[in-house]
Design a protein around this ligand. Structure first.
Ligand SMILES: [Fe+2]
Length: 378
């Protein structure tokens, strides 16, 4: 076995860590920043409070970002960074502001648009990059410590990842208190995204031991604390444990990346509007059972390390957890009505991410998987 591991992001974890943002900005010597966040955080005053605490170092806000950010969103964000001559940015939020800001920072000092890099093959140039500080307000994406940005190019109808070693955030602040206002449905979906990151990194062909240790820790935390955080949004301990699970799962998939469940999640989100983590979870129990058959017994050993009898028991627990939290489990629940749509979903799921699964899957394997969860239509 041969592998590599690198993670150049400084992590600041703990309740009320957000108060240290001004100090962190000063330590790095940054002068002029833009805050990139969702409209909700701008409207509810969280963004304003952060700007006030940063003593004039944040000079503008960009919040025009839709869920599952588009390349247009990134170009608009880049314009704000360039107009303000920003030498850093703070991304505040869940995956969408984070991914938008990460891509924008990667080209901020250049003069091109993001499409040239995202699907155009142009390499990121270190002279065009400005640093980003990521502040997570949900426990899910892990985007605050990865160099990956998932973007949708509406003109080409393509949703794909962009990544480069130069795209890692400089620092990540994870303050569980910021997640207290996340509603139960979002807690469920983002928590299942955490579980998908932890598990998919285990059955990725890029699997390796440092990341697997993180997967064990994150998986145990999710099974112990996610349902509690879902039922008791104000439970700070449950929020802290899920924030820990999220960041540790982020380390777990930072190098092995994700695989089949994320491959399937993209069309489920793009065509039917299923939130990202819920979309990943729709197939997570299938992939757990499928990979339980691996010859090296990797997944069963992993499941036992997480306290299960075997991988099948872990898969059953995932199914049960999804149901308890009201997540969609069948295609009919999300609006799929015809077998033609299953063909489309299958085609759109067969991406390079699917090829990372340790046991190869054919077109028919995925189609049969979709048929097995199709639910209530002929
Ligand atoms: Fe994800």
């Amino acid at each position: 076995m041969s592998w590599e591991f690198s993670l150049p992001v400084k992590i600041y974890f703990g309740t009320d860590k957000i108060q240290e943002l001004p100090k962190i900005i000063n330590e790095y010597g940054y002068e002029k920043g833009v805050l990139v966040c969702s409209n909700t955080l701008k409207k509810n005053g969280v963004a304003d409070e952060i700007i006030k605490n940063c003593n004039g170092k944040i000079v503008a806000v960009f919040s025009d970002i839709r869920p599952n950010p588009t390349t247009d969103n990134v170009n608009e964000c880049v314009n704000v960074l360039r107009e303000n001559n920003a030498d850093f940015a703070v991304a505040l939020g869940g995956g969408s502001p984070m991914d938008c800001c990460k891509a924008a920072c990667a080209i901020a000092k250049g003069n091109d648009i993001i499409e040239s890099y995202h699907t155009g093959g142009k390499p990121i140039d270190s002279r065009e990059v400005i640093p980003m500080i990521a502040v997570a307000t949900t426990s899910g994406t892990g985007s605050e410590i990865t160099n990956i940005s998932v973007l949708t190019d509406l003109s080409k109808n393509v949703k794909s990842t962009m990544n480069d070693p130069l795209m890692y955030p400089k620092a990540a602040i994870v303050d569980p208190r910021l997640t207290l206002s996340v509603p139960p449905k979002v807690t469920a979906s983002t928590g299942l995204d955490v579980l998908s990151h932890a598990l998919e990194s285990v059955w990725s062909v890029l699997h390796q031991p440092i990341c697997e240790s993180c997967s064990v820790h994150a998986t145990k935390l999710v099974f112990e604390w996610l349902y509690k955080a879902y039922c008791e949004p104000d439970n700070l301990l449950a929020r802290e444990k899920m924030a820990e699970a999220s960041i540790v799962a982020g380390v777990a998939f930072s190098n092995p990346r994700t695989a089949g469940s994320h491959a399937c999640s993209f069309p489920l989100t793009n065509l039917y509007g299923v939130p990202h983590g819920e979309a990943c979870a729709m197939t997570l129990d299938f992939f757990t059972r499928y990979n339980a058959e691996a010859e090296d017994g990797r997944l069963s050993k992993f499941a036992q390390n997480c306290g299960f009898k075997d991988a099948y028991e872990m898969a059953d627990t995932i199914t049960e957890l999804k149901k308890k939290m009201g997540m969609a489990c069948t295609l009919s629940e999300i609006g799929v009505k015809t077998n033609e749509e299953i063909e489309t979903l299958t085609k759109m799921s067969m991406t390079p991410l699917m090829e990372r699964n340790m046991i190869p899957l054919s077109y028919d394997d995925i189609k049969n998987m979709y048929i097995s969860i199709k639910g209530d239509f002929k």
